[in-house]
Design a protein around this ligand. Structure first.
Ligand code: TRP
Length: 336
């Protein structure tokens, strides 16, 4: 049995929030410690460009995301953690793959179709208004990320599944044309990881502006938790755990025993204010040690920069010789 290679990317837009933590960071860090698998994690900063972020925001987000993963104990001896833009072979491979990608395939990408749909709905004459080639070709860059490291398994959210399938299609077409060069990847969707609701009860997401930043300081964390939407049931009235954002967040952090205990408190009619205080204390205790480390790292970005450089060096040990082989396969060769 060959070793599975896991790879996943994190787009550098925004500040990590507790939804990211529960859905991606925590499982990613757990996996980084597994010595039976090879793991690649990277900061997709070129992908962030497709979202039209401003330069300072991309740079700040890169620092915050990297500091979060390191503070939470990413095992860098066992896993490779790098910044996409530090591995130029990825962008070079993107162009090579672009020449093997059917335009029709890209036309079918959900993310592109959604952008076109939004234009049509808002009555725009040109359905491509505001759509850059980066947004359109986004799946090709993502295919290069994946194929560059011969990833066999790609853990992603449901919204990214199609992109991984497209990477597979592109790899297949390439192999058909040039011989067996690429390994075909498969998406891995974990339906068990919790998707947290945000302050207003909708999915916690930067685009809804309803997030709780993972490393918000104590005061801010408390304030945000106090803002979480509840219903109007009075203290003493039994409360339903189903559909309660407070309960779901608590559950995502606590042990099953502690969660069962809180379910009993709901049945007994715990006051919302009390439950909020309880949730705040729980998360705060859980996060505190990592938050101190995070603050240390954020205040000294040179440490992060050095770690990322090390990660890129490691990644390029694979990427450089492999890209040479790929170039040879397509006829970009030394002449003598
Ligand atoms: N597009 C992914 C997202 O928005 C991030 C990403 C970029 C990625 N390249 C990747 C994920 C390669 C998995 C593999 O979530």
């Amino acid at each position: 049995m060959t070793q599975e290679i896991y790879l996943t990317g994190i787009t550098t837009t925004g500040t990590p929030h507790i939804g990211n933590y529960v859905g991606a960071i925590r499982p990613g860090i757990e996996a980084s410690k597994d010595k039976t698998k090879k793991n690649y994690y990277f900061l997709a900063d070129y992908h962030a460009l497709a979202k039209n972020e401003d330069p300072d925001k991309i740079s700040r987000s890169t620092l915050e995301i990297a500091a979060s993963w390191f503070a939470l104990g990413m095992d860098e001896d066992n896993a490779v953690f790098y910044r996409q833009s530090d591995v130029p072979e990825i962008t070079e491979l993107t162009w090579i793959l672009t020449s093997m990608t059917a335009k029709g395939l890209m036309n079918r990408a959900h993310s592109y179709k959604a952008a076109v749909q939004a234009n049509v709905e808002s009555g725009n004459k040109d359905p491509d208004t505001g759509i850059t080639m980066a947004l359109y070709s986004y799946p090709i860059l993502m295919a290069a990320d994946i194929l560059m490291f011969k990833a066999t398994k790609v853990p992603v959210g449901r919204d990214q599944k199609q992109h991984v399938e497209m990477a597979r299609d592109v790899a297949q077409r390439f192999n058909h044309h040039y011989g067996e060069v690429f390994v075909l990847p498969e998406p891995v969707i974990d339906d068990d990881t919790a998707v947290l609701a945000g302050l207003d009860g909708r999915k916690m997401s930067k685009s809804y502006n309803n997030t709780i930043p993972l490393f918000a300081d104590e005061k801010r964390l408390r304030k945000l938790i106090m803002k979480i939407k509840t219903n109007s049931l009075e203290p003493g009235e039994p409360k339903d755990t189903a559909g309660s954002t407070l309960f779901d967040i608590y559950k995502a952090f606590a042990t099953p025993g502690e969660t069962a205990e809180v379910a009993r408190l709901y049945a007994d009619g715990i006051a919302w204010g009390q439950m909020k205080q309880k949730l705040f204390e729980y998360i705060n205790d859980h996060i505190k040690p990592a938050r101190e480390e995070y603050e240390r790292l954020i205040s000294d970005p040179a440490i992060i920069e050095a770690e990322l450089r090390k990660g890129a060096e490691h990644a390029r040990k694979t990427a450089v010789p492999y890209l040479a082989q790929i170039r040879d396969a397509i006829g970009i060769r030394k002449l003598g």
